[in-house]
Write a protein that binds this ligand. Structure first.
Ligand code: 4AD
Ligand code: MG
Length: 462
């Protein structure tokens, strides 16, 4: 007797094999003489159809075997006369392991809206859409590790609880045990941070970059890959309060080196997804019209367009399009600008470099023009920014001046300055937002539909 997941059964099984299969019932159809049960176990986009004949013990279980129930079946694999499936199971045993009340199970029918599915986040992975999304998310995560490991990068684990605000944007969640007063600093009669758990202010990290930097300044090529947290009050289709980021950091490297790394990584991920998740991509493209398998494949084969921020502003200014926020040198690119550039002008992923110094964090390396920094963002159609990175300021004096200008206190960042005092070297890195990339490749319009438990302002269910 052989027990295997449905993906293995379909890939490796032969007609005549005797097999045991476990899964959840997607549909049941009873006709004269036979019943057909479609079973899914999430191992792939494919399902396995059980054919249950009248007169077998399996047939006696049919009343209990409703959509959503968990079952075990045993039988003989045979070639299927039906379209779109290689095999079906001639099921002579059927055991209902966990019943599911047909009057109450929320996923009875097909074609639920994504909004409805978001309300039942604990059951939505059983839908075809979310099965596909979570398998692609897994494939991308695994492939990120493979790519970086193959290139000799070390996976370092930067902390989740930190005392520094890497991006300097102030979108921080505090970590405190004296919850009542955790939003306050020193208040008369109240609890102060020096009395709290860590003896000073602590936060959930917005980025592992600063710590990745000290590891790169010893181990050369490293990356951190984990959850990051931002208390931005932006209820958009592209922002989460908890999201995953992969952040490679390279010593003895400049902006061109990490642009090349970002492009190679993305193209590798595109080609892997095209090669290994074709069924998922086809399914999602059919229903959500994001990006087709052919388009993903061709993306993996061509290099990305690169443009400076100043030239991008020039493109936007020259366009006849009326933007809600007119593009103006010195202002950050708005989502409408990013979309116009990637969707209308360049029709594909775009790398924008050399942003104005005033709109970027203190750690980015100042260019010689005094006005811009060695920064780079990767923008894609439909989503906008998926990568943000830069060469880091390795010159002690310039870095200290930038910190003063940005209002970043040196007090807690002496260790960061030490990296510029002892064996400083050019280094660079970037952060790739996992959910934004999964959004791009799955065509999911809302970022809340590419993570199992989305967190956003006012939203925390499980
Ligand atoms: O551009 P960001 O803020 O860059 C950094 O945090 C750098 N410290 C990274 C580095 O150089 N090591 O964020 C990087 C990426 C963005 O391009 C975006 O894809 C994603 O993280 N991101 C978010 N994704 C979902 N929800 C949010 N609120 C996000 N904020 C950033
Ligand atoms: Mg950014």
């Amino acid at each position: 007797m052989r027990t295997a997941r449905i993906n293995k059964i379909l890939a490796e099984g032969k007609a005549g094999d005797e097999i045991t299969v476990y899964g959840w019932v997607k549909t049941k159809r009873v006709s004269k003489g036979f019943a057909f049960i479609v079973l899914s176990d999430g191992s792939s986009q494919d399902t396995l159809q059980l054919v249950v004949s009248e007169g077998t013990t399996a047939h006696e279980q049919l009343d209990k075997c409703n959509t959503g129930s968990a079952v075990r079946s045993h039988g003989i694999l045979k070639e299927s006369p039906g379209k779109g499936q290689k095999y079906e199971l001639d099921a002579y045993e059927l055991e209902v392991i966990g019943t599911s009340d047909p009057d109450k199970y929320p996923l009875q029918k097909k074609g639920h809206t994504l909004e409805f599915l978001r309300e039942i986040g604990h059951l939505r992975p059983r839908s075809n859409t979310f099965g596909a999304v979570f398998r692609i998310r897994n494939l991308i995560s695994d492939s990120i590790h493979r790519f970086l490991q193959d290139r000799g990068f070390l996976w370092v684990h930067t902390p989740i609880i930190t005392s520094s605000d890497c991006e300097g944007a102030g979108d921080l969640f505090s970590v405190a045990t004296s919850v009542k007063d955790s939003h306050k600093t020193d208040v008369p009669g109240g609890i102060t941070y020096s009395d709290d758990f860590f003896g000073r202010r602590a936060y959930l990290t917005v980025s592992g970059q600063l710590e990745a930097e000290f590891l790169a300044m010893a181990l050369s090529d490293v990356y951190t890959f984990g959850p990051t947290f931002r208390a931005e009050n932006s209820n958009t289709s592209r922002h989460l309060s908890e999201f995953w980021m992969v952040e490679p950091e390279m010593a003895f490297a400049d902006i061109d080196d990490i642009i090349a790394l970002a492009e190679d990584l993305l193209r590798y991920l595109f080609s892997t997804v095209a090669a290994k998740a074709g069924k998922e991509i086809d399914f999602l493209y059919k229903y959500y019209k994001g990006i087709s398998l052919d388009d993903i494949r061709s993306l993996s084969e061509r290099s990305f367009t690169r443009i400076s921020y100043s030239d991008a502003i020039g493109e936007l200014a020259a366009s006849k399009k009326e933007f809600e926020f007119p593009a103006h040198w010195g202002n950050d690119l708005q989502s409408e600008h990013e979309r116009y550039l990637t969707e209308i002008v360049f029709k594909g992923p775009l790398i924008v470099t050399d942003y104005p110094i005033n709109i970027k964090p203190f750690y980015m390396r100042a260019n010689d023009d005094g006005k811009t920094v060695a920064a780079m963002d990767v923008l894609v159609p439909g989503v906008g920014e998926i990568i943000g990175g830069s060469q880091r300021e390795e010159r002690l004096d310039i870095l200290r001046n930038r910190m003063v200008e940005a209002g970043v206190s040196e007090v807690n960042l002496q260790w960061y300055l030490d990296l510029r005092r002892y064996g400083s070297a050019p280094h660079a890195g970037f952060g790739l937002g996992l959910e934004r990339l999964v959004q791009y490749l799955t065509g999911m319009h809302n970022i809340r539909d590419v993570i199992p438990c989305p967190r956003a302002p006012g939203t925390i269910k499980m």
